[in-house]
Structures are given as structure tokens and as C-alpha cells.
Design a protein around this ligand. Sequence first.
Ligand SMILES: N[C@@H](CCC[C@H](N)C(=O)O)C(=O)O
Length: 303
Amino acid sequence: MLESAKWRSWRWPQSDSLDDEPIMKFTKMHGLGNDYVYVDTFRQDPPGDPASLAVILSDRHRGVGADGLILIMPSDRADARMRMFNADGSEGEMCGNGVRCVAKYLHDHGLARKERVSVETGRGVLQLDLEVVGGKARRVRVDMAPPVLDADAIPTTLPGDPPIDVPIELGDQVLKVTAVSMGNPHAVAFVEDVVRFPLEVLGPLLENHPAFPGRVNAHVVDIVSRGEVRMRTWERGSGITMACGTGACAVCVAGVLTGRTDRRILAHLPGGDLTLEWPEPDASVFMTGPATEVFEGDWPGSA
Ligand SMILES: N[C@@H](CCC[C@H](N)C(=O)O)C(=O)O
């Protein structure tokens, strides 16, 4: 067969397993490029196996393409409940960029048409204040609850409550990490230059380090000033992402605990900026940033 004819008769492989699936409506949203497929289970049944669905939908070549899946569900304690699944199908207790998008969805889609909404998460019920412009929520300020600093609860086997600047070995490198939980676990390392840091190599080593029995979200940070930092993230279960909201909160807390930053900071992430504030030791951390809806779709599609 001529080379050109061979290509004309070749077909993209189709996945048979999708043929009999019922149509599921979804909304693609992101906070600073940290993107998820959102499924509203107020208006349709929840998917039977959200962990497997998260893996399929997140695939950037054969799926919708996302850092994971977020279910927006009815709650008897709040305006809605959120469950989040990483791209590898593991469930995260909390997602800062995700919860801002959930609040925007509740407002813009008429499920809670008000400027203060509550969302039940693995970190408890959180309160979120919306900045509404032209009838749509654009920015959201979230009361992220106080950080968890007890090593067993983070969880980590590193010494200290919390562990502060503890050296750990990653391959042939040593990195000093501060561990904080915002409902989900974070390890923060202050480095010289976040852009030059080999996050794609050391991120997975830190995520899976034995000192973190539940794995960990890994962040590298460099200090611009006492009120401004740059950070990059390797997320547990999703790899490098453009932003991590809970991670930025953990960076704010780690900056204060290590004496490097003030209690209010502007964090520059690859996807944009977040403002973080931890007003006093036992207080909540407050996170402010944008939430964006990109498009709605059906899964599986009609092709
Ligand atoms: N992107 C998120 C965090 C998502 C969960 C995380 N990967 C985990 O497993 O804990 C954020 O914006 O906070």
C-alpha cells in the first residue's frame, strides 16, 4: 500500500469502554490555571466510581484534560459539599483553587445566589466571600481554617510540632522542609531560585518520601521581600500544576514560622497571584484569588 493511502485508511483508536456510558454534564473551571472537571450532582446522579473517572477525564490527550475531578454535591451542613480527586484518582481532603471555583459555580449557576457561601470539605465547613462583577463571581476570599501543626496530624514522622526547616535527603541532595497541613499535607522548602530548582526530579521524591506516610504536596519558594514570594508546586497525585491554593496557605504559614515573611503575603505562582493572610497564631488563614469558568461539556462526547 502506498504510504499516503495507508495514512488515509488509518483511524484514531476509539475506546470501546465509553460506548455504553450515560452522558454526564461537566463544567471545566480553573483557579490560576489549576484546572479541574467539575460535576454538579445537584442536577444528575453522582458518578459510580469517581476515582477511575478522575483518571480518564484528567488525561490531557484522551480525556477532557485536567489536574483532577471535583464533585459539587448537596450537603446538610452547608450550601454544598466538595469532593476532589487528583489526576491519579487519589482523593484529596481539600483544594484551595477548587473551593473558590465551587463557590463561583454555586453563585453563577443559581444554586446559592448570594455573596457569602459555605462549602463542606475534608477540612470542615468553610466560608467564602465572593466579589461579584456584572452578575458573575470573579474573585473569592476563603476562610481556610487554621493550619494543622501537629506532626501526627499532618501526618509526618519528621521531628517538631510542626517540623521547621528539617533537613531530609532526596537522592544525593538535602532539602530543608517545613511541614504544615491545611487539611491536606504540605512540605515547604525555601530555595535560592524556584525557576532553576529541578522540581520535576525532586518533586516526586519529596511526594513519596517515607517521612510522609500519606504522601505530600511539595512546594519550593524563594523570597522576594517580607511581603512577597515566588513559589512552584509538585502536587500529590497530579504532578506539577500552575498553582496550589492550600499550598500557598502552607507557604504563608511556613514563612511566618521560619521568620522569613510577614503574616500577609502576595504569592506569585506560575498561573498568577494569590493573597494570603495568617493574622495570628491560632487564627484561620485567608486566601484571596480568582475563579474562572472555561466551558461546559458532555462526557463522553458524541464522536
Ligand atoms: N490544587 C489544590 C490541592 C489539590 C489536592 C492535592 N493535590 C492533595 O492531594 O492534597 C489546591 O489548590 O489546594
